[in-house]
Ligand binder design. Sequence first.
Ligand code: SAM
Length: 517
Amino acid sequence: MEIVEETKPFAESLIWTLQRDYFKENGIQAWTNSEVPHYITNNPFLAHAYAEIVLHFLKDIKRMKSQTNEKVYLIELGGGSGRLAYRFLKYIDEFCKSVSGEFPEFCYILSDLPPKNIEFWKDHRQLQTFVERGMLDFAIFDVEKDTRIHLIHSQTTIDVQSLAQPLIVIANYFFDSIPHDLFYFDNGTAFECAVHLTCDGLTDNLSPAEQLKSVNLDYQYKAIEKFPYEQRFFNDLLELYRSSIKRSHVLIPSVGIRCLERLGHLSNEGVFLLSADKGYHLLSELDEQDEPSLVHHGSFSLTVNYHALRIFCEDQGGQTLVTPHSHQHLNLIGLLMMSNSADYIDTKAAYSRFVGRFGPDDFFSFKKHFEKYFHKMNQGQLMSIIRLSGYDAHLFKQCIPYYRKLLPKISSQDKRSMLFVIQAVWEGYYTIGEDQDLAFEIGTLLYQMDLYNEAVVFFERSLNAYGQAAPTYYNLAICCYMLANKNVLNYLDICLQLDPNHIEAATLLKTISDEGR
Ligand SMILES: C[S@@+](CC[C@H](N)C(=O)[O-])C[C@H]1O[C@@H](n2cnc3c(N)ncnc32)[C@H](O)[C@@H]1O
């Protein structure tokens, strides 16, 4: 057994360096190859919930400070692919267009640690319109140390006390990926936890993801009488846990909390945090937890101690937005950390409506249940679920095989409804270069629906996004054939150049020649 690292406090372990290296090395690839799971935290239903809460927050600001027109900034920490930001901005934009002038100006700062992610966003065609209109900017922001936010597009810096409006912070599938302190409590005794890393073979030539997978964590415990923090808040929190937890490992999100403090210094009005993750917000849920096991997916994630974040917020005189029930997959919480938090009544009502009553966690549970029954659902029911999801492309892709089966039975009225859904799905789809070519899939579905003009548009989109491919040219050719469009020969020609053995293309060419076209 090789020693990878001698005993170190959990938060200082090499695993966190490897975690950062993983994201820095892989950039957007971490998402395109689906290594980092992201459907649950980037789907339109969740984006819609965030957007509604933020819209009501802006409404509260406007009501309370009707004279102030300074921009309201929102920073998303660890924005990853940018898919959540895109969907969020689409909702906000649609909404603001319909009620112009009612809200303060708004800018979304999409931030992350790896420069590769920022480069990807800067070049992303679908984000450009928001950048040009001042609704979106980018920043490299390291939550472990940064004290100000430099906006890359507008070349301005948000410095200490420079904001006259509260700063909104989104930490979406984020707190579980940054360093935490670890303690163990056993019947009134507190222990500091450290880790010793070993490995079965040498790790020298392995990538960060491979190293993370190959290391074994050996936890070590040291009983403590005095709590180690300089800040009163953390020591009070440990005392609460020592006196109320029977036996459990407890993660303390000290890096996340300190980052919130630093972000709080940027605004005279405080911070409003929205965060979603797997995590516990009830004290009772923290008990009887084993030592953390790293959930690996290229990087790794832990379970967030939202209870500690709640206590931090309340310690500052803030108010917390949590559901009365425990979550199943994704917990979405809000922390209102402003001096007048109690006055944000529309924000609180929006949280109750869009999270408490039926939120992203409920939607995800429903989806997981329904996907087992897609084969039994009719076209109307499948369409309803896509509408409920907010025209979710991932869900739509899952439904395509079932739509195909239903096509022979559906009316032309149903086809028109389906076309509307397809267009709305495409409108909300943010491309990150994933393997499955959605435009091609939609093109073939439209062809089967006899909607040849519409199919051509999607095959052309497929060519733009995924490059030249014989099947795409063949499909363009058959659409043109059905439309009696003379481009058919041109497309067949390219198809056969790319794949001289394409039997269907050769057959169609012969048919055309036999028909004397
Ligand atoms: C699990 S991913 C989640 C990404 C995205 N929010 C999502 O839901 O798909 C964690 C993100 O945190 C970022 N990250 C890790 N350490 C960070 C740090 N010290 N400062 C800022 N971002 C960090 C990573 O680059 C990555 O984008």
